[in-house]
Design a protein around this ligand. Structure first.
Ligand SMILES: Cc1cc2nc3c(=O)[nH]c(=O)nc-3n(C[C@H](O)[C@H](O)[C@H](O)COP(=O)(O)OP(=O)(O)OC[C@H]3O[C@@H](n4cnc5c(N)ncnc54)[C@H](O)[C@@H]3O)c2cc1C
Length: 397
């Protein structure tokens, strides 16, 4: 098994999935001289209507990729994280972002369109390293390496595989030792009974309603909504909700499933008029089931390792899932570089031992949905720098 041998120069490394995690992994590995090849099931990248928050720890990873300036140019930099009671509008916590967060952590806090973030990452991975329309359907150990089978009937041999294939990861099923034929039932993420509605739309549709200079979360008893601009020009607005849904509501987590805007407005009819005005301006919404999973027992098996939502899917309540995937990518590349000549198993162990405690903490914290509602100290989250944080001591030794 390759896992028991040292990685040789020229070994083939394959990444499954060209989401934020997979592209970040490809970019990070290139920094240490590893030219990984990415296989993505989608035929092309789509610009779905969604925003994303990038905290300073995520921005430090982007700095290492050389895309910080690009992201700063196009993104919105909220002045504060504003938390308000859904009905009265009373402020429960206003945490400074803007200059304050940059002075404290050495990097900004930005909100932007998910498509802009994805495009910035895609731009630093050569297009001939990304194969679109290739859905992985099978993984099998093959002598010293692994053989990957795709839906189009093609096969690819690899010395090492990084599974960045998201929350319903097939690679995870392999790592967990589950039969791929029974992947549908083998390791389902838990439906939380809640859904997120989200959309972006032109700010002009607000007709003077002020969204403000903050990223604002309105907290109700059993539901909430987060609203912010996603462009530096403040011409595009995003919101994302979380609210209870029928327990028997079934969906795959899909970025493209549509929701009913009338049902959404009714669900938030008791919220503050400012929130209702934003919902009234929305043209259409997407609806996404919120799933979670307990931390996995193992992130790797043989020559295969997991990254991002494939190994630590989380509820979106700390706005940190992509940040964790980005940190994973940076740390994994450092493990390859700093343990050059070591067995692949040692490289992957160092990565897992370094990343798992932090990712699990964020997974658990996200489930609680209390982040920033009242005074919160985010030093441990925002202060982390994946390019310099110590690798797990036991393994590095
Ligand atoms: C509503 C919502 C809001 C969020 N907001 C934030 C936020 O503000 N900040 C933040 O940091 N995070 C946020 N997150 C979390 C973040 O979106 C995810 O953690 C992040 O996208 C995970 O990236 P990933 O690359 O691991 O997985 P994905 O983005 O899911 O990418 C996986 C990729 O793998 C591909 N793939 C899957 N299976 C196969 C296969 N068999 N063969 C080939 N390709 C395959 C998929 O097509 C996809 O392109 C939010 C999540 C949600 C749901």
């Amino acid at each position: 098994m390759i896992a028991g041998r040292a990685m040789k120069k020229g070994s083939s490394v394959v990444i499954i999935g060209a989401g934020i995690g997979g592209l970040a992994a490809a970019a990070a590995l290139r920094r240490v001289g590893i030219e990984a090849v990415v296989y993505e099931q989608a035929e092309k990248f789509a610009r779905v209507g969604a925003g994303i928050q990038q905290s300073p720890n995520a921005m430090k990873v982007h700095r290492g990729f050389g895309i910080e300036a690009r992201l700063r140019d196009t993104s919105f930099a909220p002045a504060t994280s504003l938390n308000r009671d859904a009905e009265t509008g009373a402020v429960t916590n206003e945490h400074p972002l803007g200059h304050d967060v940059e002075a404290r952590y050495g990097a900004p806090y930005l909100t932007l369109h998910r498509g802009d973030l994805h495009a910035a990452l895609a731009a630093i991975v050569p297009s001939d390293c990304i194969h679109m329309g290739r859905r992985l359907v099978r993984i099998a150990p093959d002598g010293a390496g692994v053989v990957l089978g795709f839906a189009d009937g093609s096969e690819v041999a690899a010395d090492a595989v990084i599974g960045a294939d998201g929350v319903h990861s097939l690679v995870r099923d392999h790592v967990q030792g589950h039969s791929q034929e029974h992947a549908e039932v083998s390791d389902r993420a838990r439906f939380t009974g809640r859904v997120a509605y989200r959309t972006t739309f032109p700010a002009a549709r607000l007709r003077g309603v002020d969204v403000g200079a903050s990223r604002t979360k309105w907290w109700g008893a059993d539901r909430h909504i987060v609203i912010y601009f996603v462009t530096a020009a403040r011409d595009e607005v995003y919101f994302v909700t979380s609210q209870p849904e029928r327990a028997d509501w079934i969906t795959q987590e899909s970025w493209s499933a549509k929701g009913n805007v009338g049902e959404l407005r009714a669900a938030f009819a008791r919220f503050h008029p400012d929130v209702r005005a934003v919902l009234a301006a929305a043209l259409e919404v997407h609806k996404w089931g919120i799933f979670e999973r307990d931390p996995l027992p193992a992130w790797r098996r043989g020559a295969v390792v997991l990254l991002g939502d494939a190994c630590h899917p989380m509820t979106p309540y700390m706005a940190s899932g992509a940040a964790m995937a980005l940190e994973d990518a940076a740390v994994l590349s450092r493990c390859f570089a700093e343990l050059a000549g070591a067995r692949l198993a040692q490289v992957f162990d160092a990565y897992e031992a370094t990343r798992k405690p932090r990712a699990s903490l964020v997974q658990t914290g996200s489930s609680q949905n209390t982040w920033m509602r009242n005074a919160t100290d985010p030093d441990w989250l925002y202060g982390y720098d994946a390019w310099t944080a110590p690798l797990a001591a036991a393994v590095a030794a």
